[in-house]
Design a protein around this ligand. Sequence first.
Ligand SMILES: *Cc1c(COP(=O)(O)O)cnc(C)c1O
Length: 233
Amino acid sequence: MSHEASRSTIAENIARVRERLADACRRAGRSPDQVTLIAVSKTKPLDAIAAAAACGLHDFGENRVQEALTKIPHAPPQLRWHLIGHLQSNKAKPAVEHFHLIHTVDSPALAQRLDRLAQERQKTQPVLLQVKLGDEATKSGVAPTALPALYAAVRALPNLRVCGLMTIPPFCPDPEAVRPYFRHLRELRDALQAAFPSDDLPELSMGMSHDFEVAVEEGATLIRVGTAIFGDR
Ligand SMILES: *Cc1c(COP(=O)(O)O)cnc(C)c1O
């Protein structure tokens, strides 16, 4: 049995997500062009990606480097790829080769490795620092208390550019329940920005299919939406 959504379903889903995004921006007094919609295409085939690209989406997210490598070379070349899953150091090289933005830097060792690989490619690699909020089973992400030290270490690396922070809050069916996590991420970013006023930390990657409106109200600039675009996985 195939659960793949048809091209027209994907187009309708994207229209609906854009309406929800516009409504959330209106409530928050923000402009929709301050928020980038990332279509999370993990487990989805190339024709679903092509269908979403045909609707004008440019930014796509994958959580595994290996899976992304099977798609990126065959996808429309203008697309920008975001790595949103945990990055193992043995996948760092293809990550630097293929991803526009790596959302999941959470240790000095990973950052140093990415910095070396970016230097080899003569590239400045944009990254986000992933923060672990809530004492969940998830292992990825730096604890808020360790964030300032990680930021200080990563900002010193010449071939990486830290653009902001990312988080995956604990799953709650009620989106209002995760609002404090989104707010916390914004406050952590604001604190770093205040500590390093000449740095530029505009990006907050937070919010998924069921809770992105709340994330946008709390300042998200990158929302990661899979199911609401492509259907169930
Ligand atoms: C899968 C995934 C998403 C998308 O989740 P949906 O609920 O399908 O929108 C967002 N962020 C990360 C890190 C993911 O792994």
